[in-house]
Design a protein around this ligand. Structure first.
Ligand code: KG4
Ligand code: ZN
Length: 347
């Protein structure tokens, strides 16, 4: 099998998605989002998301196959996100994928969604050089991984001790009155603000804690500091300089992420930094990482926006890696794992 063809299916949160990848080529990519249905509740409602997945599953898979000019018989394997994610949502995607695999007699891989976020960069930039470092910044994860040998050997270099960058942005956004998900609103306002207007702490970089956790992340204190500042100004009857608050927060978070990632590259002798996850759509982070990459001689690979947010291409791409590496498919009765650890690439 020279270039495996894999159908990838994604349903961890509020996107139902399906895509077909052949080798490193994306043949189709279909995404249906239930985000608007959650906006008025200020966050994803699992039951609403699960129902949306049940409705969108067949149309998404059918369109992904049709767009690639294929039927299920043409694919070599099916890959589906088995975790981490919302249990009810995962159950819909995994049950559907298993039914397809059984009906078409195809191997199936239950894959790790977070690892998919880094795998997807191969569609744009090609295979990983050995000893690549990866920065994952999704809604629930901020982690640095050492990709020794994709998809077999991936080590955790650092991870978030409390709030992830995405969570921190979403919570501050809520305080500022932006609708869910707030991250993109902070991004937009930050573009018009002064990043040095307000002093925002640099999460887990200072003092003993910073020294003890050079590659770990913590953005809970950052969120609290911004919240206190905003509340203090409100108490004084001052108008909140929203653009400046957003710019200062975004600059602090982006700088911490870029600094720790570069330090990790140095430590692991990596000339390449892969970036993945929904938060990598953030323009302040993208600019900061590219700036630091240039300064430290690191090739920073950030995917185009549509491949940053949840999609089926990331799942299919990781599926291709597993097929190519000769990794055994998942057992037909593999379970979902809503807390799937980063060290587990497939079930
Ligand atoms: O990876 P993802 O789509 O979902 C998870 O798997 O968690 O990431 C979603 C996160 C949310 O916190 C959202 O606010 C954030 O990514 N996000 C952004 C931007 N676009 C999405 N945060 C900041 N700036 C953006 N442009
Ligand atoms: Zn994701």
């Amino acid at each position: 099998m020279s270039e495996p063809i894999v159908l990838g299916i994604e349903s961890t949160c509020d996107e139902t998605a399906a895509a077909i990848v052949q080798g490193r080529t994306l043949l189709s990519n279909v995404v249906a989002s239930s985000m608007e249905e959650h906006a008025r509740y200020g966050g994803v409602i699992p039951e609403i998301a699960s129902r949306a997945h049940a409705e969108a599953f067949v149309p998404c898979v059918s369109k992904a196959l049709a767009d690639a000019n294929m039927t299920l018989a043409d694919v070599d394997a099916i890959a589906v996100s088995a975790g981490p994610g919302l249990a009810g949502c995962l159950a819909v995607g995994v049950s559907g994928a298993k039914a397809l695999a059984w009906a078409a007699n195809k191997p199936i891989y239950g894959i790790n969604h977070v690892i998919g976020h880094i795998a997807v960069t191969q569609l744009q930039f090609g295979a990983f050089p050995p000893d690549t470092l990866a920065l994952i910044v999704s809604g629930g994860h901020t982690s640095l991984l050492h990709v020794e040998d994709m998809p077999r050997t991936i080590g955790v270099v650092g991870t978030t001790l409390d709030d992830a960058a995405g969570e921190c942005f979403d919570k501050v956004a809520r305080l500022l009155g932006f609708p869910y998900p707030g991250g993109p609103h902070i991004d937009r306002h930050a573009q018009h603000g002064d990043p040095h207007a307000i002093k925002v702490p640099m999460g887990l970089t200072q003092g003993k804690a910073g020294a003890a956790h050079p590659y770990d992340f913590s953005f809970s204190g950052v969120k609290t500091a911004v919240a206190r500042w905003v509340e203090g100004e409100q108490a004084l009857g001052h108008e909140i300089p929203v653009d400046d608050v957003c710019a200062s927060l975004a600059d602090s978070v982006a700088t911490v992420l870029a600094r720790k990632a570069m330090k990790g590259c140095e430590q692991y002798g990596s000339g390449t930094l892969i970036v993945g996850g929904g938060f990598s759509a953030n323009s302040q982070l993208r600019a900061k990482l590219l700036e630091y990459g240039e300064r430290y001689g690191v090739d920073v690979r950030i995917p185009q926006i549509k491949l940053c947010t949840d999609n089926g291409a990331m799942v299919a791409m990781l599926g291709v890696n597993l097929v190519e590496a000769g990794v055994a498919p998942s057992a037909p009765d593999f379970p979902i794992d809503s807390a799937m650890p980063l060290t587990k690439v497939s079930m």
